[in-house]
Design a protein around this ligand. Sequence first.
Ligand code: GLU
Length: 380
Amino acid sequence: MKFRKELTGLKRIVVKVGSNVITKKNGKLESRKIRRIVEDITDLIDHGVEVILVSSGAVSLGKYYLKVHMPRKGRIDLQHSASAIGQPKLINTYSRIFEENQKLCSQILLTHDDFRDRKRFLHAKQNINVLLKNNITPILNENDSISFTEITVGDNDHLAAQTAQMVEADLLLVITSTDGLYNRNPEHPDACKIDYVPFGSDLEQINFEGSTSDGRGGMESKVHAINKITPLGIKAIVSSKDNERMLIGPLVSQMGTYFAPKSTYNPEERKAWLLSMKKPNCHIEVDKGAYSALIESKSLLPKGIVNVEGEFYKGDCVDIICNGEVFASGICEYGHGEVEQIMGNHSDEIEDILGFRTSCEVVHTINLVLEKDRENEKVS
Ligand code: GLU
């Protein structure tokens, strides 16, 4: 498979399909479309690309079975019930079609809290990574049957963008009812499709009225969601549900609208964010060997830990000290009680000691920030 030039080296993508892609006007499922989506995912997996699918449709499908008229806004109770009916039907259909293609899929339902709470965020991320390693496609949706307005992600465009950020995807592919972003309502005779959006473009001028409105998203919401991830170096494409190769088409040819990411994305920006979440009065003390390893950008393993102070839990960011001096901080994969039990031991022994092992590292290098002066030590 030869990807378009902007996507050279593509390894991991988040695909978002809207309700209007996979359900008909009356809410019934468009099984043909689901089949196309699954076939393309299967093809991508066979070409070494990891795919995470964010699929809407549960509420529309559930409405069909509830047989009540539900206004788009309000009647949250009915949306909850509709989703409770629609979600299992949706995932059953996906599951059946994946199996027909000799593949497996899985279901993960998230709320906004899962992105805010570091521990839940890490669990979700870890879960998705394990599924992908096993060639099982994670299918995500908002957990609408328990999401209330104050914790709702808002719509699946944002859920997909947050997911792309969480799994460090190369690309977010949004499939919708139009073939891309237009400079005005696509039905207007003067409307022009925009093929390429350079990073930092001002899209404020666009009048989004009349663009796709099924589901809770709409084109404006897609553009907002995409604007959150392009600064992080993640590319995005908005493309149509009506292409024969719905997912693969825009990856191998110039279909849809391509949103270029910031080319100079600096992972250190993320580290600044990690630091802003540091848990006070907690630290992990390490020996000289671990100190040198961390300075060389390696991860912190239990073996090099000599002491633990304070009460912290998986997902908390704590100081890391050596000889009484703080030289780094990082997000822990284990809580203080667990670290106390495994410190000084080899990573292979974690499972025997704790009865489980979620990670070989206590702090993974991608979640580690060295103090400024130690960064220099590393360079010299
Ligand atoms: N989560 C909703 C569903 O599955 C859709 C939300 C949206 O369309 O953005 O029906």
